[in-house]
Design a binder for this molecule. Structure first.
Ligand SMILES: Cc1cc2nc3c(=O)[nH]c(=O)nc-3n(C[C@H](O)[C@H](O)[C@H](O)COP(=O)(O)OP(=O)(O)OC[C@H]3O[C@@H](n4cnc5c(N)ncnc54)[C@H](O)[C@@H]3O)c2cc1C
Length: 285
């Protein structure tokens, strides 16, 4: 049993956020672990909880033009079941936790938790996704990459709820996602890699590379990506060393219980190489 408010409507939830110091609670899969006090003991929260997972206004999933709009109470399982969810995103979601956790956990919770190991974040950064933040008097939209300011820190104001996520559409013909953990299922990420590219006539038209768990924030560099855009794929091996040096400066992992900094760095640079050489060269007609 947990104490908290269960608002019937979004407007009620925003009133509560304005009037009391509440903790928004979606699936609770991060919050319950963070506030756990041991087996058989109820987790302890120092503020009132505001349960948002039953709010109909946040259960929406639609396409506005080519932009996917996902309500903040949509669970990872619901995203996996939806035909409009891009395949590469489904591949990422399938590797998160296990089904019972995915039935509860939300994309909004993964974003607001703001962990550099949050598995949806490399995709959201690569896709230039945005979050919608609402308070009683204001709605604002921020890129996910700006919303998250540091590990566990976001720009969310005390009276705001994240109400939705927008993911602009983009088509890629080269896609690669790798999550490295202790085992295949139910493992926290040691390092993750996402590469997306669109190629035509042997040239790179669009390329996006994002790495998780290897710096205080998700690593994505438009500057390095722009060095590759327009390039002939056959020329990549000639600039690979320079690109790896560029990424090496951005990859700043830590040693922790899951892995070592040295392993994380080495494996990330190898995944970049594998994507640029093996995945891309296969696309040359
Ligand atoms: C067994 C297990 C396995 C896991 N495996 C993975 C994994 O493989 N990869 C991974 O990335 N994560 C994993 N997680 C972590 C967690 O499941 C995810 O981060 C999940 O997406 C969190 O969503 P939630 O709805 O449960 O968030 P909650 O726990 O409800 O909330 C998380 C944070 O977001 C805030 N929040 C939630 N909704 C809103 C909102 N609408 N507006 C404002 N703030 C909000 C909360 O206040 C809190 O700070 C795992 C957790 C468990 C328990």
């Amino acid at each position: 049993m947990l104490d908290g408010y269960l608002p019937a409507k979004l407007s009620e939830a925003l009133d509560m956020m304005a009037e009391c110091d509440c903790i928004p609670f979606a699936g609770g899969t991060d919050l319950m672990v963070q506030h756990a006090r041991g087996s058989g003991v109820r987790p302890c929260f120092d503020k009132t909880l505001l349960f948002v997972s039953a709010l109909k206004e946040l259960k929406t999933f639609d396409l506005m033009g080519k932009t996917l709009r996902i309500g903040a109470a949509v669970t990872l399982s619901e995203l996996l079941e939806n035909a409009a969810t891009p395949q590469i995103f489904k591949e990422i979601l399938r590797q998160m936790a296990a089904a019972p956790t995915r039935h509860m956990a939300t994309l909004a919770g993964n974003i607001c938790n703001a962990s550099p190991a949050g598995d949806t974040l490399p995709y959201l950064y690569a896709m230039d996704a945005e979050v919608i933040l609402q308070s009683r008097n204001e709605t604002r939209v921020l890129p996910v990459a700006d919303f998250i300011t540091a590990p566990k820190r976001t720009q969310r104001k005390n009276d705001e709820l994240l109400t939705g996520i927008r993911i602009p559409a983009a088509e890629f013909n080269v896609e690669s996602y790798r999550k490295l953990g202790q085992r295949k299922g139910m493992s926290l990420t040691k390092a993750s890699f996402l590469g997306l590219a669109s190629t035509a006539n042997g040239r790179i038209e669009d390329i996006r590379i994002a790495l998780g768990s290897v710096a205080p924030h998700i690593v994505r560099s438009r500057k390095i990506e722009s060095k590759l855009t327009g390039k002939n794929i056959k020329d990549i091996p000639g600039i690979l060393q320079e690109l790896q040096k560029d990424y090496s400066a951005l990859i700043r992992p830590i040693d922790d219980a899951r892995s070592t900094a040295a392993y994380r760095k080495q494996v990330s640079l190898r995944l970049i190489r594998d994507f640029l050489i093996n995945c891309m060269l296969k696309k040359i007609p």
